[in-house]
Design a protein around this ligand. Structure first.
Ligand SMILES: *[C@@H]1O[C@H](CO)[C@@H](O)[C@H](O)[C@H]1NC(C)=O
Ligand SMILES: *[C@@H]1O[C@H](CO)[C@@H](O)[C@H](O)[C@H]1NC(C)=O
Ligand SMILES: *[C@@H]1O[C@H](CO)[C@@H](O)[C@H](O)[C@H]1NC(C)=O
Ligand SMILES: *[C@@H]1O[C@H](CO)[C@@H](O)[C@H](O)[C@H]1NC(C)=O
Length: 466
């Protein structure tokens, strides 16, 4: 097939563009700034030698150059200077950091820098380096969109308040730097372009700044594994684009604010390992996209709300070790996408809802260490489906009807020689329950009475078996 007639012209145009790029070497002062940054951080190579007169003409791994934004095809013919757009340090093939590396403050003077990565960079315990940024006027013209400072055990200091001056930031990651401490500046709320904010695994303290609720473009917020204290700010409910919210492993107290029900885009909510207590807000079933609700180890101390069973897309529901009382709501049998249900080590009583055994995707079910009782309503198929990932141990009142169906480590005994005896024992327990006093079985407020009841039922069961 013959090329179209404008083909030669296209070739000429492409060549002349290339010629223009090749001709326009980097600005000498930008080149000098780049080399100072390289020298401050890495001793992998003689950077001045490696750079030659124009580092952007053959960039090393970790260096990316681009023509200045705004210099399109028209401008290219005259002055298509290349600029440093991305610098990546720490993990080979990118330049690794030398023992005496210091935080590259100078990088913020690179006029077209869009992304700066310092990963696994500052790790020399004998050379603690401060996390510092230039003064705000030097940052106001920055075009940096992504700053990633991750996994730097010898980087120390607080989060510089000057971060708030880098208005172009879309992704800010300061994570896994154990010496980064202190409070998060409220002024981070000024970074209106932020899409992802990850401050996990540092040593940050104080309250979660309520002004983070001003980051309306935020899709991911991860503050996990710090020492934040105080309540979860209700203004976080303004982050309506948020898909992932992780506040786990802090010292947060108070309740889960009602405003979380406004986070309609949430797919992942993790609040484990805090001091949260009290009722979950009603309206959680309106979180139509929520797939992960991970909230273990909080002193909630309330009945398990049946509304959780109406969060239609839920795949993992982890509420272990949180002082939940009452029975497992029948609505949990509606969670057809559920793969993991962790309710171990709570104060749950009553029967296991039969509906759970119809959940075809269930893979991991842990109900151990509760006060559940009665016959386990799972058939052989469901028991095989879960195998070793089913744990019902340490529920003194539970028993299984069919010895054949019992996996060796489900942790529950067989009720009796036959199913009938077991059903009778369950019926007897209900009867004794009524005799001893109405709602006793449900109320963990009456542990002594509940124990007495269980003992009575066991005695009855044994009598029937004999
Ligand atoms: C800030 O900008 C001034 C003026 O351009 C410059 O002299 C100074 O070195 C810069 N400071 C830093 C830390 O980059
Ligand atoms: C967090 O809570 C734990 C346990 O209550 C306490 O030992 C620790 O000092 C608290 N940390 C901060 C920073 O408040
Ligand atoms: C749960 O049960 C334990 C042990 O019986 C008891 O100490 C605790 O107070 C109960 N918690 C609640 C919230 O009912
Ligand atoms: C269930 O939870 C307990 C913690 O209370 C843990 O020891 C056990 O390994 C878990 N079982 C399964 C099958 O995950």
């Amino acid at each position: 097939m013959a090329p179209p007639s404008y083909y030669p012209w296209l070739v000429v145009l492409v060549f002349s563009l290339q010629a223009a790029f090749a001709a326009a070497a980097m600005d000498p002062s930008e080149r000098e700034t780049l080399l100072r940054v390289m020298d401050a951080v890495s001793s992998d190579r003689n950077w001045r030698e490696a750079a030659g007169s124009d580092p952007c003409s053959s960039p090393w791994p970790g260096l990316e150059c681009k023509p200045a934004s705004g210099s399109g095809a028209g401008a290219a013919a005259t002055a298509a200077r290349m600029h440093v757009a991305r610098l990546d340090f720490g993990v080979p093939p990118n330049p690794t950091c030398k023992e005496t590396a210091t935080f590259p403050v100078g990088a913020f003077a690179l006029p077209e820098l869009r992304a700066l990565f310092l990963v696994d960079c500052f790790k020399n315990p004998d050379a603690i380096t401060a996390f510092t940024l230039p003064p705000p006027p030097n940052l106001s013209s920055s075009r940096l969109q992504q700053l990633s400072v991750r996994s730097n055990p010898s980087l120390s200091g607080t989060l510089p308040s000057q971060l708030a001056s880098i208005k172009s930031l879309q992704v800010l990651t300061v994570s896994q730097n154990t010496l980064i401490r202190g409070e998060v500046p409220q002024s981070l709320g000024e970074l209106k372009s932020l899409v992802h904010l990850d401050l996990s695994y540092n040593s940050l303290t104080g309250p979660i700044p309520s002004r983070l609720g001003e980051l309306r473009a935020l899709v991911g917020l991860d503050l996990s594994y710090n020492s934040f204290s105080g309540p979860i700010p209700s203004r976080l409910g303004d982050l309506t684009q948020l898909q992932k919210l992780d506040l786990s492993s802090n010292n947060l107290t108070g309740g889960v604010p009602a405003t979380v029900t406004r986070l309609k885009s949430l797919t992942f909510l993790a609040l484990s390992n805090n001091g949260l207590r009290g009722r979950l807000p009603s309206g959680l079933s309106g979180l139509h996209d929520l797939q992960y609700l991970i909230m273990e180890n909080n002193p909630m101390g309330v009945p398990l709300p049946s509304e959780l069973g109406n969060i239609a897309r839920l795949q993992e529901l982890r509420l272990a070790n949180s002082g939940y009382s009452g029975s497992i709501p029948d609505t949990f049998g509606l969670l057809t996408s559920l793969t993991t249900l962790s309710l171990e080590n709570n104060n749950l009583t009553g029967r296991i809802p039969a509906g759970l055994s119809r959940l075809k995707r269930m893979y991991h079910l842990n109900l151990s260490k509760n006060g559940l009782d009665g016959v386990v309503p799972f058939d052989g198929a469901f028991l095989r489906q879960l195998g070793r990932n089913l744990d019902l141990s340490a529920n003194p009142g539970l028993c299984v009807a069919d010895r054949e169906a019992v996996a060796p480590d489900v942790g529950v005994g067989v009720c009796g020689a036959d199913e009938v005896a077991c059903k009778r024992s369950a019926a007897a327990e209900r009867l004794v329950g009524r005799v001893i006093g109405g709602e006793v079985t449900r109320g963990s407020r009456w542990p002594a009475a509940a124990l007495l009841l269980r003992a009575a039922a066991v005695v009855l069961c044994c009598c029937i078996l004999l």
